[in-house]
Design a protein around this ligand. Structure first.
Ligand code: FAD
Length: 392
């Protein structure tokens, strides 16, 4: 592996020929690279990975459900077999088998990936700002790369695609890992959603991921079109911890803040011949913000295509696009506040098993299973909005 620290050198031309160029060493770039390196037919390809800086901090925590051992199972920090749902109108333990809810810490993911990558002589890493790119040339702040016949994957984006008649919500959240002096949490049971917080800013809930009897990640999450002022997240979170959980004495170990776009705007999958992947390639589920598992599925699919010498993106059938319609419908309902989010989710979890909902949100249900779920939500409203979305 070779590093290029070009920042202090004058613009230079990198003459190396690559098979794959990966722009961005975040979740999608590293997931794809790791799968390439684990695939005998592809693990000798010449690859360059470019990011503006190295990954040295625990900048995010990924939580997701999975019903089997995943590609990154060895670095799962904590997993739960039991979840619960809480709200003022409905509270219950959730049946999630055969799924488990898993947590991966960003820093563990980055270290694990780079430990593998660092042992590869066929992978180069360049730390530099990507200024512009196409399938012909990558312009970096301090150098440029001629692509020749390389396949280019991009995970970076500056702005969300702006399109008429689309919905733009933000999922923004502030989380704290706290530690208590006495045992307070049940480490076997996580709270997926707790709606016992006011809904004045938008659809708001808290989730609790206990790491031990004395430690938990508690995250205040909001779906709305605008961010709050920074202090407001602390006010909401502190209010929940002290008034809802009745927890007064604790120390803060770590904090996380993040914003995930929730939009049905179409992220171009191909841009100047470059393959957009990850969030930049539309892998964030518009109605939930969950992305990690969609990135895993996308990287697995790309690698399967490349092994067969096919184009990176497998075609998506027209029928499979129905999940986009479901996402747009729910996004419409939440953004236009046709239905209060807390009421909707309470109804959804009361009338379906969590496992059925997870399968649906993974875009893996059959049409019959989808009809069963649709039967449990306000049918007239959803049908009316779905028809509106279909003809947009
Ligand atoms: C705080 C946080 C928590 C999240 N939690 C979850 C979760 O629990 N579950 C879930 O499913 N999803 C979660 N997500 C959403 C999603 O999984 C992550 O955003 C995920 O990291 C997306 O992967 P990505 O590769 O598309 O983007 P990123 O991981 O952001 O990677 C993009 C990379 O491109 C680099 N880059 C960008 N611009 C340039 C440039 N001009 N030049 C050079 N490099 C550049 C960045 O440095 C970065 O390394 C979370 C997101 C955030 C922000």
């Amino acid at each position: 592996m070779r590093y290029y620290f070009n920042r202090y050198f004058k613009l230079q031309n990198n003459q190396t020929t690559y098979d794959y160029i990966i722009l961005g060493a975040g979740c999608a770039g590293l997931s794809l690279l790791m799968r390439l390196l684990h695939t005998p037919k592809l693990n000798n390809k010449k690859i360059v990975l470019i990011d503006k800086k190295s990954k040295t901090s625990n900048d995010r925590t990924w939580c997701f459900w999975e019903n089997e051992n995943g590609f990154f199972d060895s670095i799962v920090y904590k997993k739960w077999d039991k979840l619960s749902f809480e709200s003022n109108v409905y509270s219950a333990p959730l049946t999630i088998a055969p799924y488990q809810y898993k947590m991966i810490r960003g820093i563990d993911f980055y270290n694990y990936c780079f430990d593998t990558i660092n042992q590869q002589s066929n992978v180069e890493i360049i730390y530099d700002d990507i200024i512009e790119f196409s399938s012909k040339k990558i312009m970096l702040l301090n150098s440029e790369i001629v692509c020749d016949n390389a396949i280019v994957f991009n995970t970076t984006y500056k702005n969300l695609p702006q399109q008429k008649d689309k919905h733009y919500l933000l999922q923004h959240f502030k989380g704290k890992i706290i530690e208590t002096a006495q045992h307070f949490f049940d480490p076997e049971k996580a709270t997926l959603m707790d709606f016992r917080v006011h809904q004045n800013h938008g659809t708001a809930f808290v989730y609790i991921m206990p790491l031990s009897p004395t430690q938990a990640l508690i995250e205040y999450t909001l779906f709305s079109s605008k961010l709050l002022i920074p202090e407001q997240y602390d006010i909401e979170l502190n209010d929940y911890i002290s008034n809802t959980l009745q927890l007064k004495n604790y120390i803060i170990i770590e904090e996380e803040f993040g914003v995930i776009p929730m939009t049905n705007a179409v992220f171009p999958s191909l841009q100047h011949g470059v393959h957009n992947i990850g969030t930049a390639g539309g892998q964030t589920k518009a109605s939930t913000g969950y992305t990690f598992q969609f990135i895993q599925k996308q990287s697995a699919s790309i690698v399967a295509q490349l092994v067969k010498n096919k184009k990176p993106f497998a075609p998506v059938s027209f029928f499979d696009k129905r999940f986009k319609l479901y996402d747009s419908t729910l996004l419409n309902i939440l953004s236009n506040q046709h239905l209060d989010g807390a009421t909707f989710f309470a109804q959804l979890y009361r009338r379906n098993t969590a496992a059925a909902i997870f399968k649906f949100l993974d875009n893996e249900t059959s049409f019959i299973e989808e009809l069963k779920i649709m039967n449990t939500v306000p049918r007239c409203l959803f049908t009316k909005i779905a028809i509106r979305e279909m003809f947009k």
